[in-house]
Design a protein around this ligand. Structure first.
Ligand code: DAT
Ligand code: MG
Length: 155
């Protein structure tokens, strides 16, 4: 990975899978210029969901969160780019989709705090942990895109 670049975990959640928004969400991150380096579809079991959302286990919404995230398949992805963690968080918008800014995934496509379509890692440390939870190292690819010099020109 290029120096200064980050990797972040993105989940397309069950509501987005049901609503046919997988392509829309991938498309937005692609058009931003981020590079996808890992992709799989899976249904979370209780254990993986509990590890992924461990920081929320004492919150009142935790049981519903686990029920929701395990209720249908998710699409798990790793996206790479300069400042990828923050770039994805901005592209997602605020947690409460009703409050999320227009132009963001949640702001344009969702209305509910619990059904907010996407997950994105909160920090580079969280990203490292979450990427390792969803992907084996050999499932992540490295490649160079010819177009990258028009997106992230060498300085
Ligand atoms: P984010 O997904 O924006 O990182 P988070 O980590 O604070 O938000 O919470 C994880 C998920 O839990 C969030 O995407 C939706 C759900 N959630 C958060 N706060 C909630 C609340 N007050 N009521 C219901 N669900 C909530
Ligand atoms: Mg979070």
């Amino acid at each position: 990975m290029t120096t200064g670049y980050e990797r972040t975990l993105v989940l397309i959640k069950p509501d987005a899978v049901h609503r046919g928004l997988i392509g829309e969400i991938i498309s937005r991150l692609e058009r931003k210029g981020l590079k996808m380096v890992g992709l799989k579809m899976l249904q979370l079991d209780q254990q993986k969901a509990a590890i992924h959302y461990a920081q929320h286990r004492d919150k009142p919404f935790y049981q519903e969160l686990i029920r929701f995230i395990t209720s249908a398949p998710v699409v798990a992805m790793v996206w790479e780019g300069p400042g990828a963690v923050g770039v994805v968080r901005k592209a997602m918008g605020a947690t409460d989709a009703a409050q999320a800014d227009p132009g963001t995934i949640r702001g344009d496509l969702a209305l509910d705090i619990g059904h907010n379509l996407v997950h994105g890692s909160e920090s580079p440390e969280a990203a490292e942990r979450e990427v390792a939870l969803f992907f084996n190292p050999e499932e992540l690819v490295e490649y160079t895109r010819a177009v990258d010099r028009w997106i992230t020109p060498p300085r």
